[in-house]
Structures are given as C-alpha cells and as structure tokens.
Design a protein around this ligand. Sequence first.
Ligand SMILES: [Zn+2]
Length: 128
Amino acid sequence: MGGAPKDERMEELNLKELNRTNPIIKVAIEFGIKVQGSVAKCFKEDRHSSKDDKPTLFFNPAKNTFLCTECPDVGGTVIDLVCQYNGWDREKAVKWLEHRAEFDAFTAGLYHGKGVKRRKLRDDTAQE
Ligand SMILES: [Zn+2]
C-alpha cells in the first residue's frame, strides 16, 4: 500500500470533501441511531459493562467526529462510524460516503430547483 505523496494529498482532499458533504450526525440518524442533540446510545451497547441507560455516544459536529465513552474501539471520523456501524473496511465506507454525498446533492437539487424545473418544463412545452 505504499502510495506516492501525490496520492496522499489527493486522499486528504477527498477526506475534506467527505467530511463537508457527510455531516456525522446526519449519517448517524440515517443509520437509525437516535441522536438527541449531539448524544446518542451506543450501537454496541450490548458490550458495555455498565448497564445503565445513559447515552455514551458523543458527536462533535464541528470536527465531524464521534466517540463512545464505554467502548475503546468505537469512535473516530465519519468514515470510522460507517466502518464500525456496518463492519465494513475503510475502502467500502469511503465509497459509500461518496455515493451518499452524490445522492444527497441530487435530492437537494430536486427540492431547491423545483421552481426552476417547472419553468423549464413550460418552456419545453411552449416550443412544441
Ligand atoms: Zn459503546
């Protein structure tokens, strides 16, 4: 896996873009994690030693990171969240997030572009 420095820079750029387009709390909610404010119950709660019902999963929207105060191996970036929640490797998680971002942009475009789309449709019919 010895990538050239240029590739590493590329990857860094991609990670920035992934963080920008995939807000961690939004991704967590999409997974079905019930986030309240910026805390939630850990998705590996069954492994916790303490069985009280307190939320132990903390999200940091500014840094786009999270951590569980009970699980030493739960926490990290939005990519780590996707990996740990689904049991995927990093490559699969990055691909998934890239796809998710594209889809998000697409649906956002549908909402914001509604008026524009309608106008365009009218223009099209006028030409016929
Ligand atoms: Zn945990």
